[in-house]
Design a protein around this ligand. Structure first.
Ligand SMILES: Cc1ncc(COP(=O)(O)O)c(C=O)c1O
Length: 394
């Protein structure tokens, strides 16, 4: 029934199970973006006429909505970016740069690996990777060993793996990181749309978010920075709208968040993001979690019945995505056949090549769920998958 809210589904009969890549956008979000361009298209925080003031008000309203959505303490802790990738890069090239050691998990997206390599860090030379257990669970003992050997490090870890859906126990990870005087950034690309997040309760230092994974527009996201750390995060990019006063001798920057938001922002995107947050809030994130959990269990039960299926992790601690292979069949071949049947999943390495290499596989088939999906979508997917397997086995 929620599909009715999404124009995409009016125009297609496709089964869309690629929500981990990006979610569809509800009409209210599309309308909001059009509303900005049609009725109050003006720059923010600059001019002082009616439409410009409205644009600024709507832009700042999103900051307030996001603050409430993740239970941040202050609006200035929310800084808009292009998405998770830019949020991670921003902190990597400012606050985190000075740390001798960066600790990441084995399940990271390339966005949380390559920024560290770009700083010249290599495995065991400025970059440490926490092992996973056989079922892809986070190895807490190894994590503590790494922290003991490298106190005062910077930990950067995904909340939920995009490749396998494994959810990390962030609260426990944060507690351990802080015990060893380390700071922690969390990649929330795969969490914000699926379950309630409370950054104060999690006690994270940095939390990187993306609108397009959260029923909002592409090219916009945010980084949460804990208030007490703002003074230690240097500016990332500078220019228009970041300064208090400039002469040819020097620039005096504004306070957060403006000092970090250089140049004209993705105003339509930010305004649309606010609408997406309102849309989710109206449905209720707890409600979304329950809907998805039921769908997810159904998907897992149906997949489990397929002969030759290979899973890499437990379903109990898995959110949003289910990743698998079928014995002796190339995952990309299955993806191609499913596409011909108008079933959209992702087949490949999901921008997480290192864990694929560790598992000695090229990739997986990943079906990822949004709350608008139905059991009927899953049935169609399973029928298509069985058909593809039969075709490829013959
Ligand atoms: C876990 C994870 N981190 C980072 C990213 C990159 O996010 P964005 O597209 O917002 O830059 C993604 C997107 O696939 C992701 O799934």
């Amino acid at each position: 029934m929620y599909k009715e809210d999404f124009p995409f589904f009016e125009n297609t009969n496709s089964v869309y199970l690629d929500n981990a890549a990006t979610t569809q956008k509800p009409k209210v979000v599309v309308d909001k973006v059009v509303d900005y361009y049609t009725h109050f298209c003006a720059n923010t925080h600059r001019s002082n006429f009616g439409d410009a003031n409205k644009a600024t008000k709507e832009f700042e309203n999103t900051r307030e909505l996001l603050k409430q959505f993740i239970n941040a303490k202050e609006s200035k802790e929310i800084i808009f970016t292009k998405g998770v990738t830019e949020s991670l890069n921003m902190i990597a090239s400012t606050f985190a740069k000075k740390f001798k050691t960066i600790i990441i998990s084995s399940l990271e997206h390339h966005s949380n690996i390559t920024p560290w390599h770009m700083q010249g860090r290599r495995l065991h030379d400025g970059l440490e990777v926490v092992n996973t257990k056989d079922n892809l669970e986070f190895d807490f003992e190894h994590f503590e060993e790494l922290l003991k050997a490298n106190p005062n490090s910077f930990v950067s870890i995904t909340h939920v793996s995009n490749a396998f859906g494994t959810k990390h126990d962030i609260k426990r990870i944060v507690t351990l990181a802080h015990k060893y005087d380390s700071y922690i950034m969390v990649d929330a690309a795969q969490s914000l749309a699926h379950f309630e997040v409370d950054v104060q309760d999690l006690n994270v230092d940095f939390y990187a978010m993306s609108a397009h994974k959260t029923y909002g527009p592409t090219g916009v996201g945010a980084i949460y920075i804990k208030e007490e750390l703002l003074k230690d995060v240097s500016t990332y990019q500078t220019g228009g709208a970041t300064i208090n006063d400039v002469s040819f001798e020097r620039s005096i920057m504004l306070d957060s968040p403006y000092r970090y938001e250089a140049g004209t922002q993705n105003i339509a995107g930010v305004v649309g993001f606010g609408q997406a947050l309102t849309y989710i809030k109206d449905i209720g994130i707890k409600n979304i979690f329950e809907i998805e959990e039921e769908l997810y269990k159904y998907l897992y039960n149906e997949l489990e019945k397929i002969p030759g299926i290979i899973f890499y992790n437990n379903s109990s601690n898995t959110i949003g995505s289910r990743s698998f292979n079928i014995e002796n069949i190339n995952c990309e071949d299955i993806g191609i056949l499913l596409d011909k049947m108008h079933i959209a999943v992702r087949a490949g390495h999901h921008c997480a090549q290192p864990i694929m290499k560790k598992l000695n596989i090229d990739g997986t088939i990943r079906a990822s769920i949004g709350f608008y999906n139905t059991k009927d979508d899953i049935d169609k997917f399973i029928v298509g998958l069985k058909k593809a397997i039969t075709m490829l086995k013959d």
